[in-house]
Design a protein around this ligand. Sequence first.
Ligand code: FAD
Length: 229
Amino acid sequence: MVIVGGGCVGAGILYGLAKRGWTDVALLERTQLTAGSTWHAAGLIPSYARNINVGRMINKTIEIYEGLEAETGQPVGWHKCGQLRIANSRDRLDEFKSYMSVAEVQGMRAQLLTPDEARKLWPLLDNKEMLGALYHPDDGHIAPADVTHAMAKGARDLGAKVYLNTEVTGFSRTPGGEWLVRTNQGDITCEHVICATGNYARQTGALLGLDIPAIPILHQYWITEAVPE
Ligand SMILES: Cc1cc2nc3c(=O)[nH]c(=O)nc-3n(C[C@H](O)[C@H](O)[C@H](O)COP(=O)(O)OP(=O)(O)OC[C@H]3O[C@@H](n4cnc5c(N)ncnc54)[C@H](O)[C@@H]3O)c2cc1C
């Protein structure tokens, strides 16, 4: 099997497969691991999801990330600090209230807090309009690059291969029905291909004759001076 793309998704798939005994797998990354969006991510792991399948994936992700350092020996900076979502309007508060039953079905630990309860958790919260807050105690943050490298290491330790500076330039089918994956370093034949190229999904899809309706959007973030605790 070939996985294209060495971000957190490609590395996560590689690690998940290797743990299930699929070790004849090669991950191909055109530059370095985490060179795409993963490098920019803030690393927040929020479990707020109204879709049951997404919720399950988040629960599973938290479970995997929590055990990663012990499994791979690589520090990943997992910090379970919990997360507060603030409701400044009636509509937002109603949304949080209706979410509570979704959280229960999904097995997410969540609490609806009064403004005073929220301020007790985070005294710097100086928000006069706040009507309430949604608290997820199991949320946290992780170092996105470290978690990717840890999963790649875990997979390599189990026998999977990672090829850097290897750009996939095309795909074709062999007469036997296998995939011929063309790269700037040579060709690889395999039974299955997984594209985990993130923002480049459209370009990778085009190599397969697919029109992937994915559009990259701009993200912003601010970096502040350290805030004293
Ligand atoms: C500013 C910012 C903040 C964010 N904060 C968060 C957050 O707090 N929490 C959260 O969950 N998410 C966050 N995200 C989103 C998160 O970063 C992405 O969802 C995630 O990193 C996507 O990972 P990926 O592996 O799918 O893609 P990428 O990390 O983009 O990896 C794709 C890889 O594919 C490679 N590639 C592309 N084409 C080819 C090819 N032809 N051959 C070989 N390799 C190829 C690229 O080089 C790249 O390394 C944030 C994103 C940004 C931009």
